[in-house]
Design a protein around this ligand. Structure first.
Ligand SMILES: NC(=O)c1ccc[n+]([C@@H]2O[C@H](COP(=O)([O-])OP(=O)(O)OC[C@H]3O[C@@H](n4cnc5c(N)ncnc54)[C@H](O)[C@@H]3O)[C@@H](O)[C@H]2O)c1
Length: 249
């Protein structure tokens, strides 16, 4: 029997990378998973592939920065399955690698919308249902950049620091309602997101990892699956590193 047998889970940014690996892992642990992404075509193909492998994964289009889109997806899942047990707020972008003086208002606003507002909207959409059932698990995908800051990535680092703050505050707010809220802070993970960054920037990040390699999406998915499960019964409000040893605090 899997760790998440009978659970209903939503994973954002699930068309590829960490989100796709997480959708698959949660489903392999027994969850019914709704995969959400802006890129509906890719994630529908992936959901069909996973369904053919005997897993319960379906896909729906969602723009995580848009309230109506997020609330609509949560409503649909609640109508179909009666509840959302697990929410993984994973969708994100890295934006342009640029010094602060070159950051535009559009860069900044887009980053906050996709990487921070999304987490606020997702948590808000599921929290009353979780409170009513006195049970729920939220895992927010932050970044080591949110703890330590990456040069030439001020908007990204700021948004991810915001995700960590949101996680800690919300966890304390809802702990007495049986809801667990945690964040994870990956360092470099080998996914298509790295194509958005310059080679120098990726090298800068890789050099700082004591284990001397990039992480794999399935390694991150394993941590998320644990945090989403009842096994993580005394862990809430934390930001757990998955950084190959990079994190220094
Ligand atoms: N890969 C890394 O090195 C790394 C390191 C630290 C943190 N992270 C974080 O992990 C998360 C996943 O990253 P990844 O590496 O798998 O990235 P990725 O680019 O491979 O996948 C991100 C997914 O999010 C989707 N997405 C983007 N904007 C969206 C929106 N508005 N609405 C819905 N979906 C949207 C994309 O379509 C894509 O499928 C991100 O939050 C990222 O910041 C990644």
């Amino acid at each position: 029997m899997g760790l998440l047998e009978g659970k209903i889970a939503m994973v954002t940014g699930a068309a590829r990378g960490i989100g796709l690996a997480t959708a698959e892992r949660l489903a392999r642990e027994g969850a019914t998973v709704l995969a959400l992404d802006l890129d509906d075509e890719t994630q529908t193909q992936e959901a069909e592939r996973l369904t053919r492998a005997g897993l319960r994964v379906s896909a729906a289009q969602c723009d995580v920065g848009d309230r109506a889109s997020v609330e609509g997806c949560v409503r649909d899942v609640e109508a179909a399955h009666g509840r959302v047990d697990i929410l993984v707020n994973n969708a994100g972008i890295v934006g342009r690698t640029a010094p602060l003086e070159d950051v535009t208002d559009d860069d900044w606003d887009r980053m906050m919308r996709v990487n921070l507002r999304s987490v606020y909207l997702g948590c808000q959409a599921v929290i009353s249902g979780m409170k009513a059932r006195r049970s729920g698990r939220i895992v927010n995908v932050a970044s080591i950049a949110g703890k330590e800051g990456n040069p030439n990535a001020v908007p990204y680092s700021t948004a991810k620091a915001g995700v960590i703050g949101l996680t800690k505050a919300l966890a304390k707010e809802v702990a007495s309602h049986g809801i667990y809220v945690n964040a994870i802070a990956p360092a470099v993970i080998e996914t298509p997101i790295l194509e958005q960054l310059s080679r120098e920037h990726v090298q800068y990040m890789l050099q700082r990892i004591p284990l001397g390699r990039a992480g794999q999406p399935k390694e991150v998915a394993a941590l998320i699956a644990w945090l989403a499960s009842d096994e993580a019964s005394f862990t809430t409000g934390q930001c757990i590193d998955i950084s190959g040893g990079r994190a220094t605090y």
